[in-house]
Structure formats: structure tokens, C-alpha cells
Design a protein around this ligand. Structure first.
Ligand SMILES: Cc1ncc(COP(=O)(O)O)c(C=O)c1O
Length: 324
């Protein structure tokens, strides 16, 4: 890659201690740190900002005038692609799975605020979504525009490069780090961390977005490091997918409540809730131990909480009437 990344976020993001959450998980009070990548700045923040610095930066360098990307209706990546486009003076078209539903809240509300155009692809699989995006690009080109396709989830080798930098920040911020725990969706975030920190230092918690998430991580990480990276050598948990990507699992709901009530920290139902549930399970089965330095990567996703009916109902259910 010859271009430089676009400057979209505020870095380095802070690392904060989480002693009360640590104790609730069964760790020592000084064992757990939160890397606040929910505070990356642009468009409500989140992990996708680091990737977009590289992918949208490349699009800009190549003369694109429109960013096109794909995702689920509540895609944080699509929302942040729309925000990046606005920041860079580009147009955005988001090709989303499904059809316009009754609820337009959460990320969809922000997509509208950022001025993105939406193209609903219907009930399609990943190949169908990619085909719909290709068609949108062809139509844009026919109309004289210069579209650039940002990959699903922002995950590609260039996108993962943004997370190499996050790994380098962690190296400096948390000396002696044993495990960084991160949600694993399309793979680029874990890939960059693995390239920077090594396979042993990163625990990915699969959210169920891909059939073979470890293969995706290895594919994106290998070109970014001289370390040996194989899919089999990665630390990946697949026990938090539950009934599927968009569902609120019991452990994720419990994790949302735990983070909120111990640290005032808001997680999202699809990614960071599952990641914390995965960390809890890892402490229970001894993969993460007291006395070791552990970092939980908060990758954002707060708007997705408000776009998820079950999560909103669960959160509201926690409010108890005050009785004197
Ligand atoms: C809030 C949040 N956390 C984590 C992830 C997972 O990142 P990746 O797709 O790079 O695996 C995503 C991806 O959509 C996300 O939106």
C-alpha cells in the first residue's frame, strides 16, 4: 500500500482499570484493563474507525467519490462508513441485508443522519449481498460516479492494518499483557492484534458472523507479520454464538448487566456483550487466570443496543420502581 491512512479517529485510545468488573468475573482487582476503542471519536466511535482510516484512505487516494459497503441492518461498520464518507467529503451507499423494517432506530437512524443512501438487498446470503453491492457499484459508475467498495465489516488486509496500530498501543500501555479479549466478527480486528501481539496473546470470541472465522483472521493477519499465523494456532472461542448472530444470548445479556453495574460501562448485545461473556467463560474454564494481565477490548457498538428490541427490553427490565 503506497497511500497513507486518512486521519479519522482520536488515538491512542485510553486504557482504564476495571477492578469491580474484574472481581465479579473471578479475577484479581488489578488484573483487568479495558481498552476503550469505543472512544475512537468519529461517528459514535468503535473499532471500525481504525480500519476505515486505511480502507477509506485508499479509496480517497484512488479518486473515489462514493463509498459503498455491505452489512446487516444494524451494522456498526456501515454506520461508520457513512460517517467516514461525510468526514472525507464523499457520498455513501450502504447495501443492507433484509428490507426496511418497522424500526429505523439504532445504527439505521445514524445512517440517515450521516446522509447515506440505503439499498436493501432482501433476504440474501453473503454471496447475494456481495452481488447486490457489485450491482450498486455498476449503477453508480453508469451514472458517472466513482464508487469504491469497502469490504464487508471493513475486514481485509489493509483494514486489519488499523488494528496493528492498536496492538502497538496496547504493547506500550499494558506491559506484561497476557491476553487481549476481542469480539470476532468479520475478522480484521483480531487479525491486526494477532499481527502485532502474536497468536498466544489474543483471544477472539466468535459472534457467528462467518462460517470459518479463524480462517479469515489467519488470512488477514499473515501478510502483516513475520510471525507464523495459522487458523489452527489461534485462540478462538465459539461457545457464545447461541441461536445466531442477531440474537441476544443469556450470557451476553448477563454480561451487559455486569459491565453496566460494576463499571458504568455500556456494551452492545451482538459483539462486546458476547466478548465479555466469552471472557467470563474463559475465567471459569481456566484459559484466563487471576494474576495475569488481561485486556478487554471495548470495540463500541452502543447504537446497536438501541436497534435491538430484545436488548432494549432486557435493559428496561432492570429498572425497579423506587419504594420508600
Ligand atoms: C462493535 C463491534 N465490535 C466488534 C466487531 C468485530 O470486528 P471484526 O468484524 O473486525 O471481527 C464489530 C464488527 O462489526 C463491531 O461492530
Amino acid at each position: 500500500m503506497s497511500h497513507s491512512p486518512a486521519s479519522l479517529g482520536t488515538f491512542p485510545t485510553p486504557v482504564e482499570p476495571a477492578p469491580r468488573l474484574a472481581a465479579a468475573l473471578g479475577l484479581g482487582p488489578e488484573d483487568l484493563w479495558i481498552k476503550r476503542d469505543d472512544l475512537t471519536g468519529l461517528g459514535g466511535g468503535g473499532n471500525k474507525v481504525r480500519k476505515l482510516e486505511w480502507t477509506a484512505g485508499a479509496a480517497l487516494a484512488e479518486g473515489a467519490d462514493t463509498l459503498v459497503t455491505t452489512g446487516a441492518p444494524q451494522s456498526n461498520h456501515a454506520r461508520l462508513t457513512a460517517a467516514a464518507a461525510a468526514r472525507l467529503g464523499l457520498a455513501a451507499v450502504l447495501v443492507l441485508r433484509g428490507s426496511p423494517g418497522a424500526s429505523r432506530s439504532g445504527n439505521l437512524a445514524l445512517d440517515g443522519l450521516f446522509g447515506a443512501r440505503l439499498a436493501w438487498a432482501g433476504d440474501v446470503d453473503r454471496a447475494g449481498l456481495d452481488a447486490a453491492a457489485d450491482e450498486v457499484c455498476a449503477r453508480l459508475r453508469a451514472g458517472g460516479a466513482r464508487p469504491a467498495l469497502i469490504p464487508f465489516g471493513g475486514s481485509s488486509v489493509p483494514g486489519a492494518r488499523g488494528y496493528v496500530r492498536c496492538g502497538e498501543e496496547l504493547d506500550a500501555q499494558v506491559p506484561g499483557l497476557r491476553t487481549a479479549v476481542v469480539a470476532l466478527g468479520s475478522g480484521g480486528t483480531m487479525a491486526g492484534l494477532v499481527a502485532a501481539l502474536g497468536t498466544e496473546a489474543v483471544l477472539g470470541v466468535d459472534v457467528g458472523a462467518l462460517a470459518d472465522p479463524a480462517a479469515a483472521v489467519a488470512q488477514f493477519a499473515a501478510p502483516l507479520t513475520t510471525r507464523e499465523v495459522t487458523a489452527e494456532g489461534l485462540r478462538v472461542r465459539r461457545d457464545q454464538v447461541g441461536a445466531g448472530y442477531a440474537t441476544l444470548t443469556g450470557p451476553a445479556a448477563e454480561a451487559l448487566r455486569l459491565a453496566a453495574r460494576t463499571e458504568g460501562l455500556v456494551l452492545d448485545p451482538v459483539y462486546t456483550g458476547r466478548a465479555l461473556a466469552g471472557l467470563h467463560a474463559a475465567v471459569r474454564d481456566g484459559d484466563v487466570r487471576p494474576g495475569e494481565k488481561t485486556v478487554f477490548l471495548h470495540t463500541g457498538g452502543l447504537p446497536g443496543l438501541f436497534g435491538h428490541q430484545d436488548a432494549v427490553a432486557f435493559a428496561e427490565g432492570g429498572a425497579v420502581a423506587f419504594e420508600a
